[in-house]
Design a protein around this ligand. Structure first.
Ligand code: 13P
Length: 446
């Protein structure tokens, strides 16, 4: 009665010895396995040892069962497993917690007080373990994106961070791009970020890193490429778009080969003074190119998800209201994203310093779902970093005593965005630190 496309939790009791776990299990462990099929094995009685116990003669049998079930290499089962992961990620009313900042999340949050928290590995572990153990978080969050450091990190109690996530009912994902060199592509113009057009590093050893991440418990991955807008200089150039989408498609293919569901993130940053119409045209062009590249690389769309920017005006451009953001974003996605892909999860992105970035991100998502007349064949949701965490970080401020209050702040913002996926968020109903302490975000590459 096993369903190959379902994940099963196998419980290994304390003291058991299994090939996937070195030595005896020190404590009870649960491992989630996908693509299981029953198998039988031959029993060779002739080779078993004879033993005597008192006057009783008997045969001693030592049986090593892997776990009574085997993973299959069947191609169909692998695709079914990828689809099951993508569907679980795209569960109704849920989104992702982007927790993969390379520097401390408090540097990326863009808040004057938050930036004072010392950026040490201990602090990152303390803060992130607090996030992942938030009671009830899986009601609104299906997947958590991790930095490589966190994938191999333990909390102060010695528990693996990945286990904190899976035990709290969420899937763990891994950020796999290695950022970009600002030197960029030869001959391209310097854009509003102050450097030429770029692509991301990390393809060379990606196969190995995917396998390691899967073995450690990750089931999905993220790769972000950055494109800039400056119409006066003709960017993004056709060259930068082509390099970016091919790079992402290659990453997606290596992920799928390694059973990781890829999040494909061609981010067009909002820096610049362009209008929202320019952003709409560029986003449409990039997404058309992206799905052409995914098709060329034989990507299984049912087992992958998209993480795009919303269609917005440039940071210093003429301001477009949430209704226009929503209309142009949904229009662009309807023109470009095949219905075969189960989910679309927005990044929150840079916002102007006088804006409450958390509230803005929730309101924009809500406005898309309030547009009932424009059908959305995918799950349309959030994959926010700073827009889920800013108030939470300012509440936490590096003090364990603040954990419960910080968890409450995170949960409240996740709930608000969950309501937004139904178009039911009431603006202002979720408390936030607002825009008062806003400063330029630090922290370099994502
Ligand atoms: P934001 O902090 O802009 O939401 O970005 C999240 C992310 O994961 C970008 O790759």
């Amino acid at each position: 009665g096993l369903d190959k496309a379902r994940a099963y939790d196998l419980v290994f009791p304390q003291g058991g010895k299994y090939s996937k776990i070195a030595g005896l299990a020190g404590k009870e462990q649960t491992v989630s396995l996908m693509g299981l099929v029953p198998f039988t094995f031959p029993f060779l009685d002739a080779r078993s040892a004879k033993a005597k116990h008192g006057s009783l003669k008997y045969r001693r049998h030592t049986l090593y069962l892997r776990h009574g079930l085997a993973e299959t290499n069947d191609k169909d089962a692998q695709l079914a497993a990828l689809k099951a992961t993508a569907d679980a990620m795209s569960a109704p009313c849920k989104g992702f917690l982007a927790s993969d900042e390379s520097a401390g999340p408090w540097l990326r949050a863009g808040h004057v007080e938050a930036a004072k928290i010392p950026d040490t590995a201990e602090n990152r572990a303390a803060y992130r373990s607090m996030l992942y153990t938030t009671p009830g978080l899986s009601e609104y969050i299906s997947g958590v994106i991790l930095h490589w450091e966190t994938l191999f990190q333990k909390d102060a109690n010695g528990d693996q961070m990945v286990d904190l996530i899976t035990k709290n009912g969420m899937l763990a994902g891994i950020k796999l791009d290695k950022g970009y060199d600002k030197t960029g592509i030869m001959g391209t113009a310097t854009g509003p970020l102050g450097h030429p057009e770029t692509w991301c590093k990390g393809i060379d050893d990606l196969d190995k890193r995917c396998a390691e991440a899967y073995a450690k418990g990750a089931r999905f991955a993220k790769w972000r490429n950055v494109l800039q807008i400056d119409p006066d200089q003709g960017i993004p150039s056709d060259l930068a778009i082509e390099v970016a989408v091919q790079n992402l498609a290659q990453y997606a293919s290596i992920c799928q080969r390694n059973k990781l569901c890829p999040i494909v993130e061609p981010e067009i940053v909002p820096n610049g003074s362009h209008s929202i119409e320019v952003c709409a045209a560029v986003t449409e062009k990039v997404l058309v190119a992206q799905f052409k590249a995914l098709a060329l690389h034989n990507i299984y769309l049912e087992g992958a998800v998209l993480k795009p920017n919303m269609v917005k005006n440039g940071l210093t451009g003429p301001k477009a209201p949430p209704e226009t953001v929503a209309m142009l974003t949904v229009q662009t996605l309807r023109r470009t994203v095949p219905a075969a892909m189960p989910g679309i999860f927005f990044l929150s992105g840079e916002t102007a310093l006088d804006e409450d970035n958390e509230e803005t991100a929730t309101i924009n998502l809500n406005a898309m779902h309030a547009l009932k007349a424009m059908g959305k064949p995918w799950h349309v949701s959030f994959s926010y970093g700073k827009a889920l965490q800013k108030t939470c970080i300012v509440t936490w401020m590096g003090k364990e005593a603040n954990n419960p209050a910080a968890q409450a702040a995170l949960l409240a913002r996740c709930k608000a965005n969950s309501e937004a996926t139904y178009g039911k968020y009431v603006a202002g109903s979720c408390a936030s630190v607002g825009s008062k302490g806003n400063v330029e975000m630090q922290g370099g590459a994502y």
